[in-house]
Design a protein around this ligand. Structure first.
Ligand code: CP3
Length: 346
């Protein structure tokens, strides 16, 4: 029998001597080889939908750092794109969508055409044959709340007020949108698994803006439904839930979402998370991306704090949010060497 990959073993609840390591947004602009390839694509979505390019950038951080996982190169907003909503990415400005402003806008959305995402599944097929044997392959999607918030506002906002307002004004239509996203996302993740990813991560990047009642309705319940549906369809696939800003809700979420792994954001106190969750739950995180940008002794200190806090627990070393584009490569090299010191895997 081949040995289980360290990241998968950690998700199964087995603490690893050296925590498996990957970084959210590890394929991206901090890498010169990413920037070079990016200029060859007409648009960011074309980049995501060109399997040769998307596969190449998925593999770039693995070649450079031998991380313990590759994450599929794509974006959470391909789901609204496959529902017929107009999606584009303006350089330096982030995503732009034709905003949904009325309940009729929800009703007008097309069916989720998973076949439109076949280039993504082809990317997965290309990557899987090229991954080193100990590197796990992570697929992903956005959580319904986070994706809905971009669909309603049509862009990123500091507080997702447009989506929150829409949910108050048009509760039923918003619920329908969330329900449609639950269904589409499960369909999409199932297809990713069938194409070859071994783990899936659900990103709820904007959970932290919601008060308790809304958090329950728009984050916790939809994610729990997604995980349950996925477990029914593909029971062997571990799930990581990254509910950014979950804060004090984290212990409750680990008891009820049904995921194997929970991503901690930068703000969470790692020791608190360790003491408040069952020892078999795999926690992922949570180095401050700014500490990685800063480097030097501040970075070393933060890494040590995290390694100490999670020692003896199933843990996946990661950032508390995506790597910043200005991050020097040498700082990432320093991180990898320090986490793996003495274990010869860098
Ligand atoms: C909210 C969200 C989005 N996309 C994503 C989230 C959730 C995680 C998070 O909160 O960071 C997730 C995402 N986006 C991307 C990945 C690829 C895999 C990886 O390396 O992690 C993943 C997992 C590529 C990307 N997605 C985007 C880029 C940059 C675009 C470019 O290279 O031109 C990349 C590499 C664009 C994007 N896509 C999105 C935004 C807000 C932006 C603009 C901000 C930015 O530029 O970083 C939506």
């Amino acid at each position: 029998m081949t040995e289980e990959k360290p990241l998968i073993a950690a998700l199964r609840g087995v603490a690893q001597e050296v925590p498996p390591l990957w970084l959210m947004r590890q394929a991206g602009r901090y890498l010169p080889e990413y920037r070079a390839l990016r200029t060859q694509a007409k648009s960011f979505l074309d980049f995501c939908y060109t399997p040769a390019m998307a596969a190449e950038v998925t593999l770039q951080p693995i070649r450079r750092f031998h991380f313990d996982a590759a994450i599929l190169f794509s974006d959470i907003l391909v789901v609204p794109d496959a529902m017929g909503q107009t999606v584009s990415f303006e350089t330096g400005e982030g995503p732009r969508l034709a905003p949904i402003e009325t309940p009729e806008g929800v009703a007008r959305l097309g069916a989720f055409e998973v076949e439109k995402l076949s280039p993504v599944f082809e990317t997965i097929d290309r990557v899987k044959s090229q991954l080193p044997g100990d590197v796990a392959f992570i697929g992903f999607c956005g959580a319904p709340w986070t994706v809905a918030s971009y669909m309603i506002a049509g862009k990123g906002t500091p507080d997702q007020a447009p989506a929150r307002l829409f949910a108050f004004r048009h509760h039923e239509a918003f619920q329908q949108l969330i329900d449609r996203l639950v269904e589409a996302s499960v369909d999409y993740l199932t297809r990713q698994v069938d194409a070859g990813v071994e783990v899936v991560q659900i990103f709820d990047s904007w959970a932290g803006v919601l008060p308790a009642n809304e958090f329950e309705a728009w984050c916790a319940r939809p994610i729990a439904r997604m995980v349950a549906a996925l477990k029914e369809k593909r029971p062997a696939t571990p799930v990581i839930a990254f509910v950014r800003g979950a804060d004090a809700q984290l212990p409750g979420l680990t008891r009820r979402l049904g995921a194997e792994g929970y991503g901690l954001d930068t703000a969470l106190d790692a020791s608190w998370a360790v003491s408040e969750t069952a020892s078999t739950v795999c926690l992922q995180g949570n180095l401050d991306p700014l500490a990685l940008l800063a480097g030097g002794s501040a970075l070393d200190r933060e890494i040590d704090t995290i390694l100490d806090a999670f020692h003896g627990r199933p843990h996946i070393f990661n950032l508390g949010h995506g790597i910043l584009p200005q991050t020097p490569i040498e700082h990432v090299e320093r991180l990898v060497a320090k986490v793996r010191r003495g274990f010869g895997r860098s």
